[in-house]
Write a protein that binds this ligand. Structure first.
Ligand code: G3P
Length: 218
């Protein structure tokens, strides 16, 4: 499963990229707004930092406007993926961009039927939002499993990008049900890597090594 970082913050991206685990970055208008700086500059710097796909979202709500923004965003760097909302206009823009060979990420997906439409429009990725479904007492991971099953049975090439993941358990569950990609905030990467037994084990190894070296020198 590809691991994407869900942020527009360059410091967070640089830190997780240092771990050698990052396949790309996803941004959205809310994440961009938090950074309080020029959007094109932000995307340019993120694309220079990571080798993989960087999703940059349009804010127009009509197909023509989305395509105009997509053309500006795609010109920023080769690894820009155009993120489009799962609306009739977004699907129309997705089809046109796919036909032109531009990668797309169809976002704000909350049902299997919406995901089927994204696949039909030729999306590179479709992003079901697990956490936001959990927030309204639905089962977000069950939706990701359902979409992954449908895509496998139908042979769709669109990749399931599990989004709105809020915990390490969400990430493991998305991987177990067959999501091809997952996007998670920096905090979840940190929660995934740390384990008290790793810390205690390392501390013990280093203490034993010190004792061993001191004994050799004595
Ligand atoms: O980037 C889209 C998605 O991952 C947002 O997550 O936590 O705002 O629902 P969240």
């Amino acid at each position: 499963m590809k691991l994407f970082l869900d942020t527009a913050n360059l410091a967070e991206i640089t830190e997780i990229n240092r771990w050698g685990v990052l396949d790309g970055v996803t941004t959205n208008p809310s994440l961009a707004a938090k950074e309080k700086r020029d959007f094109a500059d932000m995307i340019r710097e993120i694309c220079a930092e990571v080798d993989g796909d960087v999703s940059a979202e349009v804010v127009a709500t009509d197909t023509d406007g989305m395509l105009r923004e997509a053309s500006e965003l795609a010109a920023i760097a080769d690894n820009v993926v155009i993120k489009l909302p799962l609306t009739p206009d977004g699907l129309g823009a997705c089809r046109k961009l796919t036909d032109e060979g531009v990668k797309t990420n169809v976002t704000l997906c909350f049902s299997a039927t919406q995901a089927i439409l994204a696949a039909g429009a030729g999306a590179t990725y479709v992003s079901p939002f697990a956490g936001r479904l959990d927030d309204i007492a639905n089962d977000g991971i069950a939706l990701i499993a359902e979409i992954a099953d449908i895509f496998r049975v139908q042979g769709y090439t669109t990749e399931v990008l599990a989004a709105s993941l809020r915990s390490p358990q969400h990430v493991a569950q998305a991987a177990a049900v067959g999501a091809q990609a997952a996007t998670l905030p920096s905090k979840v990467f940190e929660q995934m890597v740390h384990h008290p037994l790793t810390d205690a084990g390392l501390e013990r190894f280093l203490a034993d090594w010190e004792t061993y070296q001191a004994a050799l020198e004595a």
